[in-house]
Design a protein around this ligand. Sequence first.
Ligand code: EPS
Length: 375
Amino acid sequence: LRTLTAGESHGSALTAIVEGIPAGVTLDRAFIDRELERRQGGYGRGKRQKLETDRIFIDSGTFKGVSTGAPITLRLINNDAKLERLSEPAAPRGGHVDLAGSISYQTGIRQVLERASARETAVRVAAGALARLVLREVGITVFGYVAELGGIAAPPLSRDVAVRDASPVYTLNPEADAAIVAAIDAAREAGDTLGGVVETIVTGCPIGLGSHVQPDRRLDARLACAVMGVQAIKGVEIGLGFEAARRPGSKVMDPIRYEPEHDADDRRYGFRRPSNNAGGIEGGTSNGEPIVVRAAKKPISTLASRGPSINMATKAESPATYERSDVCAVPAASVIVENVVGFEIAAALLERFDGSSLDSLRATMAAVHALNREK
Ligand code: EPS
């Protein structure tokens, strides 16, 4: 499974070509559109989201609403397409690629920021949601939420999708929401922005996604690469993450138990881990426990209060150029990371098992499952 995206923030459209989706998957556009809608939401977003209503167009790889195995083209139209009318920013914004990118590519800042913009994540969410249609068919679920925002912790009080979807900031902790919303309001007032921590949990993964045999096949390495590839993500943790470095081994290693009474169809074959500090991955290989990925998103670098910079023409000190921006896109980041993780899990699944068709995927999963049960 692979994908490439194309498109500028204010260009005519964003496109992704996704190759490797098995034949026979019902292309549930409503599921993809729902993820796009969630990505556009969350308290703290700016005016642009009111202009855009992201709806997916599927231009190839489908016949009567079902995937054919051919590359699938996903397209999102930008309602705010105005690229040719936009001017060159006078002063680059610190924290963005404005300065380094325009030097590196020997272009203006505009050309660089248009592609670097997190608007691109819209079509990446669509590609991830498409890949999750495959996961859904084989009982793997991916769930993302906001764990912390602006330094305010929101430890989950449940794992209830309805609780997250009722939260203005996509947390699982209604008690924390009011303080978070107030912090976003205060940041807006001050011309500032806020970051946060998002978590994604994958359940139902079979044992054996990824591998210990090469560094680039390790599932944790792949997930970290995919998540770090999301705009403004500055850190990725699997399971305990950095906390593991502070504990003795006895407080990190997850015990192994065998509980034969467990259902023979269980994807863990009766092997049980009473804790999940490893976050579902040991030695780069999924171990059947929930996969837990956390990501730190920095605050948006575009500040209404305009940070210190220089005028590129005169080199004189000048506040950074400000156009409109979001105060906080952490809820959106929870949706983006959720779908990027979903894409990578689907990729690992389709490498482990034959994914030419959905039937073939199911059959090879069942065959390996039968072998594993002999263990
Ligand atoms: C973004 C800046 C804002 C955001 C945009 C990402 O866009 P604009 O400069 O047009 O107001 O709204 O995000 C989206 C459009 C989106 O769909 O997420 C940036 O600089 O990254």
